[in-house]
Write a protein that binds this ligand. Structure first.
Ligand code: DC
Length: 222
């Protein structure tokens, strides 16, 4: 068994909010793998490369320029560093959000990041959140959850999140974007987003954060 709590699910399903709180309560590191894909995407965009033109051959030497590390801060939170600088909020712009699922389709990028993700078990029990943690990165994870909610509920949550949406966005327009991103994430040939057979499904459409939290913690404490 791998010493991991895996939380997978589509965009804006509440994964990061829940993962943050679960890691706080259990006092274990929380790793957002979406932030790793976003950081790579941010780096590529900062070089003015058109992501649609990327291939494995083009991206391979770019990855060699990236040093991606996690450092534990004084609050016990694991912050992501790109070439020794904390990335902060630059990975949460609409530009990065739109480009990231294209970058995440490249096998070269996925192999590179999955290797880094697997190495993080050196910290003991960790909570890792993403799209393929229970299926691909840690297929033998001790605990697996698949968190989802309806596109409309997720759109409302995303509108409440900082920096992710463009001005004038509506629930309808954001729900449409979310559906498109789900479609790309679920149909890509490599590590598509899907619920692992042995993952516990949590549909949070009609649940409060506290209810989801209680549900997950009670399963882990069993
Ligand atoms: O969780 P997020 O919205 O920050 O993730 C951003 C993108 O990264 C998402 O559209 C798909 C990709 N991703 C992935 O392909 N595999 C993961 N394990 C995590 C994220």
């Amino acid at each position: 068994m791998e010493n991991v709590i895996a939380i997978d699910g589509p965009a804006a399903s509440g994964k990061s909010t829940i993962a943050n709180k679960v890691s706080e309560l259990l006092k274990i590191p929380y790793i957002s793998t979406g932030n790793m894909y976003r950081t790579v995407t941010y780096f590529i965009l900062s070089k003015n490369i058109v992501v649609k033109s990327l291939t494995n051959e083009i991206v391979a030497p770019i990855l060699k320029e990236i040093d991606l590390k996690y450092k534990e801060n004084e609050d016990g939170v694991f912050d992501i560093f790109l070439n020794n600088l904390p990335v902060g909020n630059v990975i949460r712009t609409p530009e990065v959000a739109n480009a990231v699922s294209i970058v995440a389709m490249l096998p070269a990028v996925r192999h590179w990041l999955v290797e880094k993700q697997r190495a993080l078990t050196e910290y003991g029990l960790i909570l890792m959140e993403g799209r393929d943690i229970g299926t691909e990165v840690f297929p033998k994870a001790k605990y697996k959850f698949y968190l989802t909610a309806s596109p409309e509920v997720r759109a409302k949550r995303r509108l409440g999140q900082d920096g992710e949406t463009i001005d004038g966005a509506t629930v309808e327009s954001v729900a449409k974007e979310i559906k498109e991103r789900d479609e790309r994430d679920m149909t890509r040939p490599i590590s598509p987003l899907k619920q692992a057979d042995d993952a516990i499904l949590v549909d949070s459409s009609n649940m409060t954060i506290e209810e989801v939290l209680e549900f997950i913690i009670s399963r882990v404490n069993k």
